[in-house]
Design a protein around this ligand. Structure first.
Ligand SMILES: [Zn+2]
Length: 512
């Protein structure tokens, strides 16, 4: 069975990780966990992009060697992924030997097939941005990106024959509409390709911190060409990952990217793969950007959201939940701590936490913590249809819709328990109590399974509180399969339900 292969972009190590990095990685993690819960083998890759003179400059400024610098920053990313409970299977760094070998082999292969050729590049060069700009791009003689003056430079360069792939790319987009996702971003790419592709300068002679061209060591490979190849390095291309069979992993099912790098992933990358004769990824999905309280996030404004700080304040699970709940995936969104606090209190503490608390407390009080025999649930009566809707939303990476469905079930069950008012029932109503509480306990287990990809810690806590001996991670698949078939699995556990502390402690608002 082919592994489901999902990637985040390789994050450039000129910056410490922020909410944007966290967002993409959490989204990929939720998809990976959902697939595993469905019994599918998964390969989930993230990592860091570590070459280019921006990096060597930053290293010099920090008084470190480039390699020590990139290892330190990559370490920051790895640390955050542990904090955020990210379940990646591999973490690739583009300075690793396995990757250098692939980049060098690919370069020579494409040179041999004449997809890469030597020429001369002339253009307006921005030194800090390491980028050439054409006459039509420059703004009053200055860099269109940073506004600094440009230099007219000429240098020997190897070029990748991108122009050759104009028609094949357009044909691929037409035959595989899903490749460019979401569709609202597809037109821009198609128009860009239709307007004509120029060959891509694929090496630099002015940059030393990069991967050398073996047959011409005065050239290093352009950082984007280098970085994109990571996706096949980690998948085992050219025996780069021992123990892995490339065709069991490749092609990638989803490359998740931010919208600013969509073009690199949907034009240059597929053209490189075509030149290598490799199948193309099934889908490249671009998500939007975050503003903070309506303003652009920037270091100078001082409004950069630190994911670790948010996790310390609200808990990792609430932060993960909020990012995917707040904004439709694909669109731009606004981060506000006020909104995080609001959803934390209303959806997690009041809705989910209360349902668990009320159910467990009553089970302990009336049944000494033993679960009544599982009854077929009214609330979950249409579980298979609910799951079909959830699956469809996952296929579109519509995390918000997945959560809407789950919240709908929570709300319905809370209404049910309010109407039934089991706390008013006395010892003579044990049978009725058993039905009501059995119903709620069943829904809560289903909720633990369905919410697990978003909140892998709190849902395990729910699982234990409900008297399960195992874990959602191990036993969730079984549950999911039963639910798909419209059944609630029999509860085999001998463990007792526990009252415990609130799952999410209500928080009071900050001043203002
Ligand atoms: Zn510039």
């Amino acid at each position: 069975m082919k592994k489901f292969y999902i990637t985040t972009p390789l994050y450039y190590v000129n910056d410490v990780p922020h909410i944007g990095h966290a967002y993409t990685t959490i989204a990929a993690d939720v998809v990976a966990r959902w697939r595993r819960l469905n019994g599918q083998p998964v390969f989930f890759l993230t990592g860091t992009d570590e070459h280019g003179s921006k990096i060597s400059d930053a290293a010099a400024k920090a008084g470190e060697t480039p390699q020590a610098f990139v290892n330190r920053v990559a370490g920051e990313f790895k640390k955050l992924w542990v904090t955020l409970n990210i379940s990646n299977d591999d973490f690739i760094q583009t300075t690793q030997e396995r990757h250098k070998k692939v980049v060098q082999a690919v370069f020579e292969k494409l040179k041999a097939s004449d997809d890469i050729y030597k020429g001369t590049y002339e253009g307006w060069y921005c030194v800090p941005d390491e980028t050439y700009f054409s006459e039509s791009e420059i703004v009053a003689g200055n860099c269109p990106v940073c506004g600094r003056p440009l230099q007219k430079l000429r240098e020997e360069s190897y070029f990748f024959r991108l122009s050759k792939y104009e028609q094949p790319l357009l044909a691929h987009y037409a035959a595989h509409p899903e490749f460019l996702s979401p569709t609202l971003r597809a037109n821009e790419i198609m128009n860009f390709v239709k307007s004509g592709l120029k060959d891509l300068s694929a090496t630099r002679t002015r940059v030393s911190w990069g991967i050398q061209v073996p047959s011409d060591p005065s050239h290093v490979v352009y950082v984007w060409v280098d970085a994109l190849l990571n996706y096949i390095t980690a998948a085992g291309y050219g025996a780069s990952a021992p123990g892995m069979r490339f065709d069991e992993v490749w092609p990638a099912d989803i490359h998740l990217v931010g919208k600013e790098i969509f073009r690199f992933h949907t034009v240059i990358w597929p053209a490189m793969l075509m030149a290598l004769g490799l199948p193309l990824p099934r889908r490249v999905f671009a998500h939007g950007w975050w503003t903070v309280d309506g303003a652009k996030m920037s270091k100078s404004v001082g409004n950069v959201v630190d994911p670790a700080k948010m996790c310390a304040e609200y808990g990792v699970d609430a932060f993960r939940y909020f990012l995917l709940r707040e904004v439709p995936f694909g669109a731009d969104g606004d981060f506000s701590e006020k909104s995080l606090l609001g959803r934390y209190n209303s959806e997690l503490a009041n809705n989910l936490g209360n349902l668990l608390q009320r159910t467990c407390t009553l089970l302990v009080k009336n049944f000494d913590g033993s679960l009544p025999p599982a009854s077929q649930s009214r609330m979950l009566g249409d579980a298979s249809r609910l799951l079909a809707r959830i699956e469809k939303a996952y296929d579109g990476l519509a995390f918000g819709e997945v959560l809407e469905e789950i919240i709908g079930l929570m709300v319905k069950t809370n209404q049910y328990i309010d109407e039934m008012a089991p706390w008013k029932l006395g010892p003579d109503d044990k049978d009725k109590l058993a039905v009501i509480l059995g119903e709620c306990a069943g829904v809560l287990r289903a909720l633990a399974v369905l919410l697990w990809p978003f909140m892998p810690t709190k849902t395990e806590e729910m699982w234990r509180r409900l008297g399960e001996a195992g874990s959602v991670e191990k036993d969730g698949s079984l549950w999911l399969n039963s639910l798909k078939a419209g059944r609630i699995p029999d509860v085999a556990s001998e463990q007792k339900v526990q009252k415990g502390d609130p799952l999410f402690m209500r928080k009071s608002g900050k001043s203002q």
